[in-house]
Design a protein around this ligand. Sequence first.
Ligand SMILES: C[S@@+](CC[C@H](N)C(=O)[O-])C[C@H]1O[C@@H](n2cnc3c(N)ncnc32)[C@H](O)[C@@H]1O
Length: 235
Amino acid sequence: MRTTPLSHSTLLEALRKDKSTIYEQKDIWETHEVELEQARVFTRHMHSQTVSPALGAALRGNFEGVNRLLDIGGGSGAFCFALAQRYPQIRCTILELPTVCQIAEEEYIAQAGLQDQVDTYALDFFKDPFPNGYDAILFSNIFHDWGWQKCLYLARRSFEALPSGGHIYLHEILLSDTKDSPVVATSFSMCMIWVTEGKQFTAGELEQILTECGFEDISVTPTYGYYSLITARKP
Ligand SMILES: C[S@@+](CC[C@H](N)C(=O)[O-])C[C@H]1O[C@@H](n2cnc3c(N)ncnc32)[C@H](O)[C@@H]1O
């Protein structure tokens, strides 16, 4: 990430153009689909960011009774590893772009020694139907990459793919209801404007998206640092 530092001018440009400027306005995920090395660097960056919050979420979140979890946009698998270590019965699948699946397989899953519990599934989550056979679907640091309608789309596809009683989990740094604090969340939100199409959400906004798709029993659990886990159930 050192090769693409955040500066005032790139942020200002992103705000003015309402477009990510991290790769000189090329789409970040399309770039990673063809540039294996850039995908590798980004995946390492996300891995280091998510390792500790994932441990906190696995510890404080409720994943009891989950047997097969689909980690959508799961990157290196950092979240799956934390869950697999805490819940020996769980089997996790990292759903990712083909390049990132390759990186997760080559660099992370074997190194974690969790080949029996974690595998990958190459798919574009906006183009392909979600696979069935999972009783839980997780999005960690995914909703903040997209605008409201695309998040609604992802939540709807999840609702359709889950069985009755299945759970959805959203792992995000949340903004306060007034969206002007905490400063880590507002700063992170600013970075999302620079890097992606999205920004951070409030708990209420994510609850609204899940409710609109039919999910029930929504709860918000602070899990680690500024991260929270939003959990909901398909009736
Ligand atoms: C911000 S990272 C989050 C990674 C991980 N979940 C975490 O919390 O560290 C977003 C991930 O979504 C993946 N992604 C983006 N668009 C995708 C798509 N259309 N289909 C599948 N994966 C996608 C990217 O490759 C990237 O690994």
